[in-house]
Design a protein around this ligand. Structure first.
Ligand SMILES: Cc1ncc(COP(=O)(O)O)c(C=O)c1O
Length: 389
């Protein structure tokens, strides 16, 4: 991206880029050599075992996306017409669409102004006899207030499904995110800390769901049991779809998961650099940096800032773009989307979401972002005078 304005530097820093850690192609080659590149080959199994052991989860199943893992969760809970699902309005569309697909009505809950996670203090007033599920989303991998959420869910016999798309290896009070709900979902989309292009996982914490989850993931058949030699033929036994990824993707992902310490160390450095170098500027300009409660260990997935206004946020995005630096906003309030309004969503229903959505800006963040690139981003921000470059 060439820019000639004298205040602007010649540079290009994307918001995200997929980064290899080293063994991806070697593992893909091995997967091909074994002549098993459809689902549930050796690398899929390696990923399952690695995640089960690392997180202490009874069963992990790789899926084609976090979206599909959420759909599997909806099927496992027999979501049907009339059921209500409490979801934050400040999330990706899949968190809610997965349940609406099976007839559920979304009940949008606002977020806390500090962590931007669902505001657990508002749960009780949204629960009705039709409430079937609460879906906490650990925004930026910072844990929701799981003690309170689980207490309330238990009192009302409501399931909790964690959308942990951002939060693999993050912790709440020392326990891994994704291990609190009966089910949890992960994303391995190329924007995530660990990725394979498109991919996801269903974490099954309640073993009661394991057998049916395998069936749902294998087109409604008991093929997984057949492959394990437990039955002599397989057949259609339940609803399902094709939710298992090719072993080529699993091979790519395994290389990334194996390098998790290296990846997380680097991401921590990136996050801490932004925090340290923007702290003073943020204080002087009425900008808010991320808040991570001391009982949460974050996985350094996102670095965002909250600008004083929508106009300032847009001007900063334009200013950075003119200098070849891509920064982006994040979720638009779902209750105000076309679909959200069909479910009765109105302006003012979730005021914190509406406000944060206007003001939030995410910084470039990927696994090989260099300190020099970060210094350019910080310098460009410091030059910002309220007008686009
Ligand atoms: C909170 C959340 N849930 C679900 C998803 C969907 O993930 P995937 O692209 O793996 O389906 C995303 C996507 O980024 C997300 O941010």
């Amino acid at each position: 991206m060439g820019v000639t304005d004298k205040r602007c530097v010649l540079t290009y820093i994307p918001f995200n880029r997929p980064v290899k850690v080293g063994k991806e192609f070697q593992y893909i080659q091995q997967a091909i050599d074994t002549m098993h590149i459809s689902g549930d080959g050796s690398y899929t199994k390696k990923c399952h075992t690695l995640l089960e052991e690392a997180l202490g989860v009874p069963k992990v199943l790789l899926t084609t996306s976090c979206t599909h893992a959420l759909e599997m969760a909806a099927l496992l809970l027999n979501i049907q017409s009339g059921d209500e699902v409490i979801v934050p309005s400040f999330t990706f569309v899949s968190t809610v669409n997965a349940f609406v697909l099976f007839g559920a009505r979304p009940i949008f809950i606002d977020i806390r102004p500090d962590t931007l996670n669902l505001d657990e203090a508002q749960l009780e007033r949204l629960i009705t006899p039709k409430t079937k599920v609460i879906v906490p989303v650990h925004y930026a991998g910072v844990g929701c207030e799981m003690d309170t959420i689980l207490d309330i869910a238990r009192q009302h016999t409501i399931a909790v499904i964690e959308d942990n798309a951002h939060g693999l290896f993050g912790k709440y009070k020392g326990k891994y995110l994704g291990t609190f709900g009966c089910l949890a979902t992960q994303s391995f989309h190329e924007t995530k800390n660990f990725m394979c292009g498109e991919g996801g996982a269903l974490l099954i914490n309640d073993p009661e769901y394991i057998e049916r989850a395998e069936v749902i993931r294998e087109k409604g058949t008991n093929r997984s049991r057949f492959f394990r030699g437990e039955i002599d033929k397989y057949t259609w036994v339940d609803l399902g779809s094709s939710y298992l990824p090719s072993d080529i993707l699993a091979a790519f992902l395994y290389a990334q998961l194996e390098a998790r310490e290296q990846i997380q160390t680097k991401r921590r450095q990136i996050w801490e650099y932004y925090y340290a170098h923007l702290q003073g500027w943020a204080q002087d300009h009425g900008v808010r940096l991320p808040i991570v409660p001391s009982h949460c260990d974050q996985p350094y997935h996102i670095f965002y800032i909250l600008m004083p206004s929508l106009e300032q946020r847009q001007a900063l995005i334009a200013h950075l773009k003119a200098q070849g630096i891509l920064s982006v906003f994040h979720y638009m309030p779902l209750h105000l989307s076309e679909m959200g309004q069909r479910f009765g969503g109105r302006q003012g229903d979730c005021p914190v979401t509406e406000d944060v959505s206007d003001r939030l800006l995410r910084m470039p963040f990927y696994n090989d972002l260099t300190e020099a690139e970060q210094a350019s981003v910080v310098a460009a921000i410091r030059e910002f005078d309220g007008n686009p470059c």
